[in-house]
Write a protein that binds this ligand. Sequence first.
Ligand code: GDP
Length: 195
Amino acid sequence: MKIKSAEIVISAVSKAQYPKNSLPEIALAGRSNVGKSSFINKMLNRKNLARTSSKPGKTQTLNFYLINEAFYFVDVPGYGYAKVSKTERAKWGNMIETYLTGRHELKSVILIVDLRHPPTNDDVLMYQFLKHYSIPVIVIATKADKIPRGKWEKHAKIVKEKLVIEKEDPVIIFSSETGVGKEEAWQVIGKWIND
Ligand code: GDP
């Protein structure tokens, strides 16, 4: 994918603020600090478009990035950050649920997990939630540069088993440091936005 333009057009807190031009949307979900901002920046060839988090769990908005005037990346706030209050968590839940379950433009969700470790219980819950609503998922297993290449497949297998992954959902080994997996990720995303 050649990135001609990428800009954040709205940080939405409510449905009324979602873009109205009906372009396809790909959402990005993952626990705080998993590497979601780094993934977005790497995919869009930008250093700092998505802020890499000095304050995990603080971005409680849905950030819409318009790409090539053709589709959106929708950055969903990271989950599983312990210091978020119950009230904040409930607000987070409502906002995410409203978006994920009712958005016609949503084509697929990119679920970002850490290749080094088995998915957390929150990762499993998020995957089950998406499957409950029959939303296609692309799993990005990131930080691959932190483990030897010879162990990648073993770790990917653990990711698939813990999530109980459905066979149509791809798991892509990725690194925001080296760019491994970037082409494959664009290929898969491309299918959803051209459909
Ligand atoms: P977010 O909270 O999910 O948006 O996570 P960030 O993108 O801010 O990343 C959290 C930390 O992990 C930062 O220190 C990043 O530099 C680091 N990180 C993210 N992706 C990678 C990766 O692919 N490889 C390595 N080595 N570090 C990464």
